[in-house]
Ligand binder design. Sequence first.
Ligand SMILES: [Fe+2]
Ligand SMILES: [Fe+2]
Length: 183
Amino acid sequence: MTAEPKPTLPGDAGPESDVAAMIRVDHAGEYGAVRIYDGQLAVIGRGRVRDEIRRMAEQEQRHLAAFDELVRARQVRPTLLQPLWHVAGFALGAATALLGERAAMACTVAVEEVIDAHYRDQAERLGQADPALRETLESFRADELRHRDAALEHGAAETPGYELISAAIKAGSRLAIWLSTRL
Ligand SMILES: [Fe+2]
Ligand SMILES: [Fe+2]
């Protein structure tokens, strides 16, 4: 007797859809990163911190371009939540920048710590299944860790209320990842 295939719901992970879901959520995440820096750059005035944000933003543009290409080449449906990340990313960036330059950097540290764990987890799950994608993830993860380190060098951890800001942004980032994987 052969087992009936289990009825699946949108968002249930199968072996095929797993890679598609990874590309979808990473595409969403890099889009969100670009929008966070758009928001910060709209607020932060000229100076060292702005220059640093510009450098990080340029790398996020590159990450986004790579996932734009992956979405296209592998025919992955982008997240339905892109309009939300368009607004929420910008708002997060602008809000943290309004709190000050160190808070803007604290935002980067929080987001990059979540993304580091996220990319590491994805690379592990891929194993040897998709070497090209895995290499992309590992290379972007290294960039994200450099962003975190740069943000710490700019005094992120000395932000008043750092722990609270960090915890809130991490919770939001994890929720965004959870949603963008499924929707
Ligand atoms: Fe990125
Ligand atoms: Fe980054």
